[in-house]
Design a protein around this ligand. Structure first.
Ligand code: FMN
Length: 491
């Protein structure tokens, strides 16, 4: 089951350390190569000799016992997964804060593949708000957490904090290692949240969208290997790039500026159809009587980006590749004819974005003119989340990413997936909408129900494709719905 897998186990100073002997045996029996790194405190609970004998490999503790040219914390990162069990409150806190004062911590800091954390501690330690915050931080940064269970604790009490059994940790490891990396190397742009249309400095018009569905899709695409850019109406502390756009106009700008080079765009945000025409600069005072707000229509971002695919340097999805490129070629030919290619070519010298794959520089390099407009330089109007904007690629994949096949003059129309929230005639309205918008897929959900859709943790959706085929995905958590949607479309 785990043949050819290299598993690195990290043991910290907790009483559950003795159980790891059993975990090593489970991994070994399943065919994995197991190496072990311990914190110096863990040596109070298990011996190096036992772990060496069970794993059949050298066991590591000290940062500075370097036999080879490569420092151990770097050499150890060449494993498929790092399982830290038991994970003490101390080590969890240090990892979450980038502290590297022992070999296990330095290895965790440098590790770019999945890390599974199995906390074990006294109930009060587990409930400590700092410990919980640290765990949340790790979870938000793509770490897998296998939560402890309730039971008899070594401190003599009953409560939550007991490390999950080795069999459960083993199963979780298998599950993580078999997660499909179908989207490896693909670039996804995903929107989430309900836009806020300002009335005055303190008031706005919005809707009930929580952004949970878009967030679940972004998380899932990231786990499936995609390089994700999330444009959301809220700050998301995630291991992928996050751009905050509050209003429909800001979202439109952010989407258009980040569209080039993307392989897939998922428009899950609930973008307000209307905005206030004259936003008051000062807080509006109560004057008695009625107030009338004039609303004007917002741009239909989904429809706009479906209209004309940008041309750039890109890759296509293997399963859809052929059908898609034929459809695209037709679309591009029509557009080219309409827009008089030669006159559009004169726009090329005005393209201004810096070079790099998927940017306008590729148009220049390949002397392919864009079919519409130019790339704006100005980044005003929305902000990049400073916490996550440093991530430009999926760190879980850095080591495994294959060289992508890319054609220098491939028309890069990303696959576009829209959402439609309907309170009646769900399927009929979805069919009309996909034809009107021109996107590749439309995810329809019923917002009249209290148990699914807006501001809930669960959803039930229908995927409608261009040919009006419909696939029903039954009620489930938004995380599972996201997984089903991506698997259905991309596998
Ligand atoms: C007998 C004993 C059992 C302990 N069990 C745990 C435990 O289960 N979880 C935990 O977080 N700390 C536990 N501790 C405290 C840790 O060993 C201590 O916080 C230590 O600094 C952890 O260091 P490390 O994270 O570098 O391994 C225990 C301490 C002792 C003496």
């Amino acid at each position: 089951m785990l043949e050819n897998k290299n598993i690195l186990i990290g043991i910290t100073g907790g009483i559950a350390a003795y159980k790891i002997c059993n975990l090593i045996r489970l991994y070994k029996k399943a065919g994995a190569n197991v190496r072990v790194v311990l914190t110096p405190n863990a040596l109070n609970f298990v011996t190096k000799l036992t772990l060496q004998t069970l794993s059949g490999n050298e066991v590591y503790v000290d940062n500075f016992e370097i036999d080879e040219y490569k420092p151990e914390h770097i050499a150890l990162t060449e494993s498929d997964i790092f399982v830290i069990a038991p994970a003490s409150a101390n080590t969890i806190g240090k990892i979450a804060n980038g502290i590297c004062d022992n070999l296990l911590l330095s290895t965790a800091c440098a590790f770019s593949k999945p890390i599974l954390i199995a906390p074990a501690m006294n109930e009060n330690m587990w409930k400590n708000s700092f410990v919980q915050e640290n765990l949340k931080k790790l979870e938000n940064n793509g770490y897998y957490i296998i939560e402890p269970e309730t039971g008899f604790l070594a401190c003599g009490t009953n409560g939550v904090g007991r490390m999950k059994e080795p069999e459960d940790i083993f199963e979780k490891t298998v599950e993580i290692l078999s997660e499909k990396q179908t989207l490896r190397g693909k670039k996804f742009l995903i929107t989430a949240g309900g836009t806020r249309e300002k009335i005055d400095p303190v008031r706005y018009i919005t809707n009930s969208s929580s952004g949970k569905m878009g967030l679940a899709l972004a998380d899932c695409a990231f786990k499936m290997g995609a390089e994700v850019t999330l444009i959301s109406t809220f700050k998301a502390e995630k291991p992928y790039k996050n751009i905050i756009a509050l209003t429909a106009l800001e979202m439109e700008k952010a989407v258009k500026e980040n569209l080039l080079g993307k392989d897939c765009v998922i428009m899950a945000a609930a973008v307000s159809d209307y905005r206030v025409e004259n936003v008051s600069e000062q807080k509006m005072k109560k004057k008695g009587g009625e107030v009338t707000l004039k609303l004007v229509e917002n741009p239909d971002i989904l429809q706009e980006i479906c209209k004309v695919p940008p041309l750039c340097h890109s890759v296509s999805f293997p399963p859809q590749g052929e059908q898609r490129s034929q459809a695209l070629n037709e679309r591009i030919e029509q557009e080219a004819a309409r827009e008089q290619l030669s006159s559009v070519q004169s726009l090329t010298p005005s393209l201004t974005l810096p070079g790099g794959e998927g940017t306008c520089a590729n148009f220049m390099r390949n002397t392919l003119p864009p079919l519409r407009g130019k790339c704006p330089e100005d980044k005003g109007g929305y902000q990049e989340n400073p916490i996550t904007s440093k991530f430009s690629s999926n760190p879980l994949l850095e080591k495994t990413q294959p060289t992508l096949h890319s054609s220098p003059i491939t028309p890069c129309a990303p696959l576009i997936i829209g959402f439609c929230a309907e309170s009646e005639n769900l399927i009929e309205n979805a069919k009309v909408k996909i034809q009107k918008k021109g996107c590749d897929y439309l995810i329809a959900n019923d917002i009249s129900r209290k148990d699914i859709g807006f501001n809930t943790d669960e959803n039930e959706v229908y995927i409608v494709d261009k040919n009006l085929n419909i696939k029903h995905i039954e009620k489930d958590t938004k995380q599972n719905i996201a997984k089903h949607i991506l698997e259905e479309i991309f596998e």
